[in-house]
Design a binder for this molecule. Sequence first.
Ligand SMILES: C[S@@+](CC[C@H](N)C(=O)[O-])C[C@H]1O[C@@H](n2cnc3c(N)ncnc32)[C@H](O)[C@@H]1O
Length: 216
Amino acid sequence: MVGRLTKISATSCQSSASPLGILRPRDSDLEVLDLGCGGGFMSEALARRGACVTGIDPCIASLEAARKHAQSQDLAIVYHEGVGENIPLDNHSVDRVVCVDVLEHVQDLEKVIEIRRVLRPYGILFFDTINRNRLSRLLAVTVLESVLKIVPCGAHDPDKFIRPMEMQRHLQRNGFAVEPDTFVGMGPIGVNRRLDFVFGLSPVTWIMYLGYAIAN
Ligand SMILES: C[S@@+](CC[C@H](N)C(=O)[O-])C[C@H]1O[C@@H](n2cnc3c(N)ncnc32)[C@H](O)[C@@H]1O
């Protein structure tokens, strides 16, 4: 979903169940890949926490905007054009990979095993994505795209949404350890003054979920 819709509530950002939660102060010089970085929303948040961030995205316009914004904030983030199916980084070169609202857009989830290749042993992948069922389709496609029109029409292909069990199996098949029940639900928890949805942690994974996996 588009950046402004995915503002996780301040409380949930402090928890370990958020991309920022994978960076504790003592980890502050970790090398982090923000895969599908878009305009650099998460890259900047991670860089502000002291991580050495590389952002990768196929969209050149987003990368240009991200570079300009990082420069204006005095943040040393490296941005490259690329896709998750063929990551332009060396083997075992990063400590963390973050995929925020990306996995449901990739052409071939199987090839995103590339993430495992670039992670160092015991490195961590953190992701969020959209579950595949009628409710998530209703919210992500019908409500956000067709009714409210706050996400461009066609932004989501509901066939690419991923059920938590599929995600867990995919990760385990591809060299990650995933603890059972570590995926955490996420969804709309209210609206703000500008009438944008505010997303936060939810007790169920029906719509969206967050998770992490550790490289074996
Ligand atoms: C909904 S946006 C999320 C952007 C950013 N992660 C954020 O949270 O603001 C999805 C991003 O995934 C990127 N994307 C699409 N297909 C991709 C792929 N195969 N590999 C990596 N990124 C991809 C898009 O260009 C887009 O920037």
